[in-house]
Design a protein around this ligand. Structure first.
Ligand SMILES: [Zn+2]
Length: 348
């Protein structure tokens, strides 16, 4: 959506918003070259942070050549044009628009002028670019869409293939990505358990130690035992968590789990790799989610869940979706029968 917003700003630069932003953040240049190191609003900061995505996927169709040479993404080397400019020549005035690099009244690149101003290498690159016949201003195009318009949908598709499919986000351990991919693809896991797994593995869960780092008034210790509460403690090391795992159908001794680095993906991967039939990803994350819920109830409502309750709920959550899917299948079947019966009746 941000890419689409940035697109609207460059595509319709006469809109009020575009004019205000230009006046404030880049009065003498363009969105493409607007400086990032200035005090700015959250919106403008967001636009700047995704600007490169837009830039990587746009092209400018040169028709009239009214595009600025210096601050528009009109050729692969547009950002280097300043550096390439030969300031020692005095044969030509410094051009400002692309059409000034064309032979007058044509759309042919003026080879002498380009070589003198920017050098042979630049000319070789520009000769690959073919201006379009016809009249009218140059057109900014979003390359991934056949109509050249950047919609949120199209931008999302581009990012989804680029960012998540081919390259995991920087700084996320491969093991985390692998577990999450497995969880995401598992149709027997409820969406809310998946979301919990995602928050847990991407270190976004509001554990006491994490919240304490932001709000120091919040107690960073486990409400049950008083030790520092991070993921490792909460889900595997606290005696309460250890009792839950040991009593579960997995019968796990969490003190035997190896642990390393930040987060708890190593432990989760170890449990998954042990390959017990009871230790499905769905069951593991259901238990962890119930541990989290019981922790919240203990911390905020002063309620102490018996171990059996954690396991009972986890089991119910893990099984509910399987049964839900079965029920869906049955009701689908019924639905198919009813319209058919009506059809038959209508025919009769
Ligand atoms: Zn504890």
């Amino acid at each position: 959506m941000l890419i689409n917003s940035a697109w609207c700003l460059v595509h319709d630069s006469n809109s009020i918003v575009a004019k205000i932003l230009k006046a404030k953040y880049f009065p003498s240049t363009s969105l493409w070259t607007a400086p990032a190191y200035v005090p700015k609003s959250a919106f403008w900061a967001s636009i700047l942070s995704i600007r490169h995505h837009l830039e990587n996927h746009v092209t400018i169709q040169l028709i009239e050549g009214n595009t600025s040479i210096w601050n528009q993404p009109w050729c692969p080397i547009w950002k280097e044009m300043h550096a390439r400019l030969n300031l020692e020549q005095n044969e030509y005035l410094i051009p400002s628009k692309v059409s000034e690099l064309w032979i007058t009244n044509s759309k042919m690149w003026d080879t002498n002028k380009i070589i003198t101003l920017f050098g042979q290498q630049t000319l070789n690159i520009l000769l690959q670019i073919h201006p379009i016949a016809g009249n009218g201003p140059d057109i900014l195009c979003w390359k991934p869409a056949s109509n050249g318009i950047c919609s949120s949908k199209s931008a999302y598709r581009v990012l989804a293939t680029e960012e998540t499919m081919t390259r995991p986000p920087a700084g996320v351990p491969l093991q985390v990505v692998q577990i999450l991919r497995g969880v995401w693809a598992d149709k027997t896991i409820q969406p809310r358990v998946k979301t919990f797994a995602w928050r847990l593995l991407r270190l976004a869960l509001g554990t006491a130690s994490r919240v304490h780092r932001i709000i120091s008034a919040i107690n960073e210790n486990c409400s049950r035992c008083g030790n520092l509460e991070d993921e490792k403690h909460l889900f595997f090391e606290c005696s309460y968590a250890r009792a839950v795992w040991f009593a579960s159908s997995i019968g796990l001794r969490t003190d035997a789990l190896s642990s390393s680095g930040r987060g708890i993906h190593t432990q989760i991967a170890t449990i998954l790799q042990q390959g017990q039939s009871q230790a499905s990803a769905g069951m593991i994350f259901s238990i962890m989610w119930c541990l989290w819920k019981s922790r919240n109830d203990h911390r905020f409502n002063n309620k102490d869940w018996p171990i059996a309750r954690v396991l009972h709920e986890a089991k119910a959550i893990d099984r509910a979706y399987d049964m839900g899917l079965e029920e869906d299948a049955i009701s689908d079947h019924n639905h198919r029968i009813i319209p058919n019966a009506n059809c038959v009746k209508n025919f009769l």
